[in-house]
Design a protein around this ligand. Structure first.
Ligand code: P6P
Length: 280
């Protein structure tokens, strides 16, 4: 596992440079989910794949930016699903973005996730690992230095309501409005990695990306985005659900499947469960 963490550190240093110097324009290609790929998406994906190819313990990888699984080492132990540069369209407005890695054994599915890592490219570059607990590291003078463990409070103050609001179910809109009426602060940049990182570091709250009339199964991808962050939040004493159950109990039928998702402190997640239990 440590050689995978070291590989991710190496990729982060290269992607940091790419963000600062690379072309933020659109490519001619689309990814499997139909998103037009930015040149940064493709370049960061290439950086990660080239580095992972040198890690003997990695059996196979799958990227949000590629259609299918890439087999690397027959005798490898680990499978890695990753989003090389989530929120890449935010780079050209100078907002924070991130890389997300889910580490799986045997199969790419929720019950087989055994660790996750994400990297935030913001004013500072920080890496968070979730194995048995959640640890944060910061890039300083070319090295990732340990900063702190991350543990969520039972209840937080931040609310990050995602997706297209005019496509929310009325009961979802009422729930979000009620949360704001209770004094929660709006914190939503459109980048999953910095938005979830902020809630973790500020002690808690709620991030939601529900199913909507335009996207009944949500937008965020199970293997590359949702399951890795669900693993982080559960290890940080929080929770992650699809509205009705743990998101790490959601079945995957295709590697690019999405799912509605809610991440947060336990109090906020219980509030979502209570509201959603009254609606099928
Ligand atoms: P919306 C970025 O494109 C992303 O995949 C996540 O990083 C982010 O949480 C979400 O989409 C934002 O989506 O529909 O709120 O703009």
């Amino acid at each position: 596992m440590q050689e995978i963490i070291e590989a991710i550190k190496e990729s982060a240093i290269k992607i940091k440079h790419l963000i600062q110097t690379g072309d933020t324009g659109k490519s001619e290609q689309e990814n499997s989910t139909g998103d037009t790929q930015l040149k940064l998406d493709i370049a960061s994906d290439e950086i990660i794949e080239e580095i992972f190819k040198k890690v003997p313990s990695i059996k196979a990888i799958v990227s949000e930016e590629q259609d299918s699984i890439v087999n690397l080492n027959e005798n490898g132990q680990y499978l890695i699903a990753y989003d090389p540069l989530d929120g890449s369209s935010l780079v050209d407005v100078n907002l924070s973005v991130g890389s997300i890695f889910g580490i799986y054994k045997n199969e790419f599915n929720a019950k087989n996730i055994i660790a996750s890592v994400y990297v935030v490219f913001g004013p500072r570059v920080e890496m968070v690992t979730a194995i048995d607990d959640v640890k944060m590291y910061r890039l300083q003078n070319g090295e990732f230095k340990f900063i702190q463990n991350i543990v969520l409070n039972e209840k937080g103050k931040l609310n990050a309501p995602g997706s297209t609001q005019n496509c929310w179910a009325p009961f979802h809109k009422e729930m979000i409005d009620d949360i704001f009426n209770d004094g929660y602060r709006l914190r939503y940049s459109g980048g999953m990695v910095p938005d979830l990182h902020q809630i973790l570091l500020k002690g808690g709250g709620l991030f939601s990306y529900p199913g909507t009339t335009d996207r009944p199964k949500g937008k965020l991808r199970q293997l590359f985005e949702v399951f890795p962050f669900a693993y982080v939040y559960e290890k940080a004493n929080g929770a992650a659900i699809d509205g009705h159950k743990r998101v790490l109990e959601v079945e995957t039928t295709h590697i690019h499947d999405t799912t509605p998702c809610f991440f947060g402190s336990k109090t906020e997640i219980n509030r979502v469960l209570e509201v959603y239990s009254k609606h099928a």
